[in-house]
Design a protein around this ligand. Structure first.
Ligand SMILES: *[C@@H]1O[C@H](CO)[C@@H](O)[C@H](O)[C@H]1NC(C)=O
Length: 208
């Protein structure tokens, strides 16, 4: 798996040559924006339709939580609620999906850390790939797409997000669901500076 990621990364960076690489941006703290797109080449920040809250659910854009990407391998994500994972079997399964049955919603909680430590394979890496136009968040074996039931429309909406699976019996997203991508929106860490909670965190990257 590491080889595949590395190979893809080298391949894409060879054709790129960007001033500030997306891998340099996917560090520290940031918001995870949910983009309504199924196209790694065309997706852009203005495709955003929601973002992740501290529990790892998809919510409206005014409720985004700040996540941290662990500096060390496997670079898991965590929020104020705890370590995040797709492997907490107490969360909602994607039962409507042919291939996503048995996959669980992303969730960040105080059991996340132990779920990952007891997993049969090492960690749950979150990474982006040099050559992408923006720091889209991928996990596993180049899985850079995710799936949601619908776009959150009210502040009460708190919706599950799953990894995106397809195959010969379901060639694209689960009927009725939406294929989405995650975009890392870096947040400057100015904790320690005065001011009301929330105002200390300023989004530096993507407006519009
Ligand atoms: C960050 O990674 C280190 C090293 O793998 C690990 O010990 C630590 O628990 C991680 N932190 C979080 C919050 O997941």
């Amino acid at each position: 798996m590491h080889f595949l990621i590395l190979a893809a990364s080298l391949l894409l960076s060879a054709s790129g040559g960007h001033a500030s690489s997306v891998t340099d941006q996917f560090v520290g703290k940031g918001r995870v924006l949910v983009l309504n797109s199924d196209n790694l080449e065309k997706a852009k920040p203005s495709d955003k339709v929601g973002c992740l809250n501290a529990k790892g659910d998809v919510v409206t854009l005014d409720q985004c939580a700040v996540f941290t990407r662990n500096e060390t391998w496997p670079h898991e994500l965590y929020s104020s609620a705890g370590t995040c994972t797709f492997r907490d079997t107490t969360t909602v399964q994607n039962l409507a999906s042919v291939y996503g049955k048995g996959s669980y919603a992303f969730s960040c909680s105080d059991v996340g850390d132990s779920v990952l430590k007891s997993a049969m394979w090492a960690g749950e890496p979150y990474y982006t790939v040099d050559g992408f136009n923006f720091p889209f968040v991928c996990t596993g074996n180049l899985n850079c797409y995710y799936e949601i039931e619908r776009v959150p429309t009210s502040d009460k909406d708190s919706l599950p997000v799953w990894e995106y699976f397809w195959g010969s019996q379901q060639m694209s997203v689960t009927p009725g669901h939406l294929q989405v991508m995650w975009l890392w929106d870096p947040v400057k860490d100015t904790s320690g500076v005065g001011g009301p909670k929330g105002s200390q965190r300023r989004s530096v990257a993507f407006r519009g």
